[in-house]
Design a protein around this ligand. Structure first.
Ligand SMILES: [Zn+2]
Length: 202
């Protein structure tokens, strides 16, 4: 996998859609400058083929489902193949980072029940709580002890979106994308807390 930086400014200041960011990052990718994460060879990538995947994003407060063509490259040194994924996407999932953060902010506004919120965005309630718990764990892994949170809050979402190098800096530090789910995470590296510990509004 090749994770290409697409978000160069603060996430909250983005004026481009995820589709536009994806297109810009993919079209600007230069394989001659990239290093294979498997063998360390530089500039040995050859484009082989592409595959289709879905991206679920937002346009304002509306869900937008898009079909993307993901470019694949093969390392001429070790033979491994790598998909080119801009950092607006979370590997092994369809939801864009912005989509998840938008849903979390809507959840925090408490303007509707969790059931109605999830119905509006077309997600399962369990998915929402998976995101909340992932956010808490990964946010706390990244922030200092004094800034740690017990539950997702708008100030935490805002501060993480305000971080200039987010989300690429998180990826560099931890080796996986922010809000990447447990099913796609190497076993043992992230454990979700028991959700019974936390009451939630309905
Ligand atoms: Zn290689």
């Amino acid at each position: 996998m090749i994770l290409e930086k697409a978000i160069f400014i603060k996430l909250k200041n983005l004026k481009f859609s995820d589709q536009q960011l994806f297109d810009a990052a993919v079209s600007g990718f230069n394989p001659s400058r990239h290093t294979c994460r498997i063998c360390g060879a530089v500039g040995r990538f050859s484009e082989i083929h592409s595959y289709q995947r879905d991206m679920i994003s937002t346009n304002g407060s509306v869900r937008v489902d898009t079909r993307l063509s993901i470019r694949r490259f093969q390392c001429g040194s070790c033979g491994h193949t790598h998909a080119l994924l801009p950092d607006v996407l979370i590997p092994y999932g369809s939801y864009s980072l912005r989509f998840i953060l938008t849903v979390l902010l809507c959840y925090l506004k408490r303007s509707s029940t969790v059931t109605n919120l999830c119905r509006y965005w077309g997600i399962a309630v369990s998915t929402l709580y998976d995101w909340i718990h992932l956010f808490i764990i990964q946010y706390n892994s990244w922030c200092s002890v004094l800034d740690r949170i017990l539950w997702v809050c708008s100030s935490a979402v805002s501060s993480i979106c305000d971080f200039p190098a987010f989300p690429s800096e998180f990826l560099l530090r931890f080796g996986f994308s922010f809000l990447r789910g447990r099913s796609a995470t190497p076993s043992g590296s992230i454990r979700l807390p028991d959700r019974r510990l936390r009451p939630h509004p309905t």
